[in-house]
Ligand binder design. Structure first.
Ligand SMILES: [Zn+2]
Length: 225
């Protein structure tokens, strides 16, 4: 689970990985015979029993640096990824966050990322914590964001990521009912296809920490079946 790939001076919420470190992490995966793919591709491969060697890479929030920094590096490695976009903030900035302002991808950048083979998925309309929403608002967050992103990507949008990783049984059921094929959480209480666990990757993650995180993620993933 990544958010932003860029140079930075301050990063209080630890959401940014420098371009150099990011390349190092991709190179680390490749050196171990692993390939980064979108969550959609990972699940399709898993359903077909051929997910060995694949690692799902996700980018939350849809920062402009996904288009300018992450995608070119991913393409160079022949990797794919999923970007979870805040549909009501496209072309704007991370207004929900009290950290440094970061620009979000424009419609044009989103289309280019899709054309480069990246999966466009939903992170809701306004990046609100879903457990606090009314039934109507929850439906709108899920359904409107999806319709809007499908218009832009001109392709089905089948994935969702819970803002802040906040999800109770109600949100998980609503995401399923809205027709999403899968949803990403962070550390779900009850893991499943609509509450997939993810592992945070940051600037401090080099070889040893990556190895430990990969092993821990494997354990978490296996313990749910
Ligand atoms: Zn987010």
């Amino acid at each position: 689970m990544y958010h932003s790939v860029d140079h930075f001076d301050e990063d209080p919420h630890l959401v940014t990985v420098s371009p150099q470190r990011f390349e190092g992490q991709l190179a680390w995966l490749r050196a171990r015979g692993l390939r980064g793919v979108s969550v959609r591709e990972l699940l399709e491969a898993q359903d077909a029993g051929r997910a060995r060697g694949l690692v799902g890479l996700t980018f939350d929030d849809g920062y402009a640096d996904f288009a300018t920094r992450a995608v070119p590096a991913l393409v160079r490695f022949g990797f794919g990824a999923t970007v979870f976009v805040v549909s009501g903030r496209i072309g704007s900035h991370n207004a929900w966050d009290d950290g440094p302002r970061k620009p979000l991808m424009s419609v044009e950048q989103l289309r280019k990322a899709a054309a480069a083979g990246m999966e466009i998925a939903s992170h809701g309309r306004y990046h609100v914590s879903l457990p606090g929403t009314s039934g109507t608002e929850l439906r709108e967050e899920l359904e409107e964001s999806r319709a809007h992103l499908e218009d832009i990507a001109e392709a089905p949008v089948t994935g969702f990521a819970y803002p802040y990783g906040h999800a109770t049984a109600r949100e998980v059921e609503a995401v399923r009912a809205a027709g999403y094929d899968y949803a990403c959480d962070i550390v779900p209480e009850r893991p499943g296809r609509h509450a997939l666990p993810r592992t945070y990757i940051g600037e401090r993650d080099r070889r040893l920490r990556l190895r430990a995180k990969l092993a821990r993620h494997e354990l978490r993933r296996r313990s749910r079946v």
